[in-house]
Design a protein around this ligand. Structure first.
Ligand SMILES: *[C@@H]1O[C@H](CO)[C@@H](O)[C@H](O)[C@H]1NC(C)=O
Ligand SMILES: *[C@@H]1O[C@H](CO)[C@@H](O)[C@H](O)[C@H]1NC(C)=O
Ligand SMILES: *[C@@H]1O[C@H](CO)[C@@H](O)[C@H](O)[C@H]1NC(C)=O
Ligand SMILES: *[C@@H]1O[C@H](CO)[C@@H](O)[C@H](O)[C@H]1NC(C)=O
Length: 460
């Protein structure tokens, strides 16, 4: 069952880079799909998603999860929202969100979490726990899963159905083997149309595991083992949510926390990924997945790996940050962690590549739930050096001197404190930028990326 392999690499000349580890997975031939031609920002009118399990034991009385969905409406007219799910006990929800406002709703029952209470691990199961959200206007949707005591938290941006695809590479927690849980890593694959063939490639050694599922059904795997770089293929667009029930990030102490992202299809990977650690981390950890064989990775212009294959992935640790570039498209994922003073906690966050940056405004909600109000919340704005005096959060335009360079790149970032409410980041000169919203408290944190330029099928 040891079909994963780790090997340390020690040829690092750059002082910012603390370590780089390459992982690999043996597997079958991989199919490639032709990417759609158009690109658009990820707000939309139809979303399909699920909550990954965050219930740490088999007693319903112990941990209690608060599951929420926040719908933010940047459009000029009010949006009518309907949320449905086939899961027994879920009641259909209908509400409206005024122009410029955000509305948070609580999703019950907690058993709607995939693989709730961990009954099925190391087994791929088909479940009916998908939520479908339909809006009359383009909206931005973010989910949150947190325990009542604010522990075990993460959030993810929901990618609209129009931006889903047919090939994904899973990301999981790399410290899962240290966990005390039956499962730690978990992902779910949701069908958006009937008769969807889902293939889980590289899980086990006996070839792809195939499932044919209908609209709103999903294939879920929860496992004690590593999941990074498992490949999901489908013959129709699918939604994939990936992470850990309770991962440890880099600082492997006794407290674990949920880590989640909704993945985007691999045809959105890019060549230039700027990275810097998040507040208040001691150092930064991020993972890089590759899309093609013979991929060479460079950190701050220095070649760090040559000839990586599609089966490889790399875990980088940085003192502060670095600029990761490659000769073929790559994907970067930030892994948050608790620092030595017990501040912050594990989370997963997309690291937008330059081709995922946008130039149109990004509107997002902060600290929607009462139990989140004690967190320190930030909007990280990343842009190119030519735009640093021109980025605006609501009516605040930070001075260009307040930005920090990301490795040896032309990308700079600023972490702007944000209060609970709805905020908008925009560019005064039409320059491109990305936003990561994150927050943290004592042994807890979340992060999500509210606006990414992703391929679209054209029917948002
Ligand atoms: C990458 O190389 C492997 C092994 O050599 C091969 O099986 C696979 O088809 C290649 N994939 C791509 C995308 O070229
Ligand atoms: C779960 O709750 C039961 C009582 O409701 C308690 O006996 C048990 O120790 C708790 N388990 C954990 C892991 O907290
Ligand atoms: C899911 O829904 C399908 C179709 O209604 C049903 O046949 C199946 O038994 C359900 N599966 C579970 C695990 O509830
Ligand atoms: C599983 O699906 C893949 C397509 O993703 C196909 O090539 C393969 O033949 C299928 N295997 C089985 C056993 O059905």
């Amino acid at each position: 069952m040891f079909w994963w392999l780790l090997a340390a690499v020690c040829s690092l000349s750059h002082s910012e880079l603390l370590s780089a580890t390459v992982g690999a997975r043996n597997a079958e031939l991989r199919q490639k799909f032709i990417p759609p031609a158009e690109a658009a920002v990820n707000s939309g009118t139809k979303f399909m998603f699920s909550f990954l399990n965050s219930h740490l034991d088999t007693s319903p009385a112990n941990d209690s999860e608060i599951l929420t969905v926040s719908v933010t409406n940047p459009s000029a007219s009010s949006a009518n929202i309907v949320i449905t799910s086939p899961w027994p006990g879920f009641q259909q929800m209908s509400f409206s969100v005024a122009s410029g406002a955000s509305q948070m709703v609580t999703i019950t029952p907690p058993s709607i979490q995939t693989n709730y209470m961990d009954p099925e691990f190391e087994i791929i199961v088909v479940e009916n726990k998908t939520l479908t959200l339909i809006s009359s206007q383009p909206v931005f949707v973010v989910t949150s899963n947190t325990h009542t005591d604010l522990d075990h938290m993460d959030k993810y941006s929901v990618i609209p159905v129009c931006q889903l695809g047919q090939e994904y590479h899973i990301v999981g927690d790399q410290s899962s083997l240290a966990g005390r849980l039956m499962s730690s890593n978990i992902f779910t694959v949701i069908a958006t149309v009937d008769n969807t063939l889902v293939s889980i490639v590289d899980y086990g050694s006996k070839g792809p595991k195939n499932y044919t599922i209908n609209t709103g059904q999903q294939v879920t795997l929860a496992t004690f083992w590593y999941t990074t770089n498992i490949v999901v293929l489908a013959n129709n667009p699918v939604a994939v949510i990936s992470g850990a029930v309770c991962g440890f990030g880099y600082y492997n102490q006794y407290e674990c926390s949920q880590e989640t992202v909704m993945l985007y299809p691999i045809n959105n990977y890019g060549l230039h990924v700027p990275y810097n650690k998040f507040l208040p981390e001691d150092f930064g950890e991020m993972m890089v997945l590759v899309q093609e064989n013979n991929t060479n990775l460079f950190v701050d212009g220095i070649q760090t790996f040559a000839g990586l294959s599609v089966f490889n992935y790399v875990i980088f640790r940085f003192r502060n940050g670095g600029y990761i570039t490659a000769n073929n498209p790559i994907y970067g994922l930030a892994v948050g962690s608790t620092n030595v003073k017990d501040q912050s906690g594990p989370f997963f966050a997309h690291l937008p590549a330059q081709n995922n940056f946008v130039s149109s405004p990004i509107t997002f909600p902060v600290a929607q739930a009462d139990n989140e109000k004690s967190l320190s919340n930030y909007a990280r704005v990343v842009t190119l050096i030519g735009n640093i005096g021109f980025m605006q959060l609501d009516s605040y335009v930070p001075n260009g001197l307040a930005y920090t360079r990301m490795g040896r790149s032309n990308f700079y970032f600023i972490d702007i404190p944000v209060q609970p409410g709805v905020h908008t980041v925009s560019s005064l000169n039409g320059g491109i930028f990305s936003v990561t919203v994150y927050g943290f408290g004592e042994i807890t944190s979340y992060a999500f990326t509210p606006g990414l330029d992703l391929q679209t099928s054209g029917t948002c």
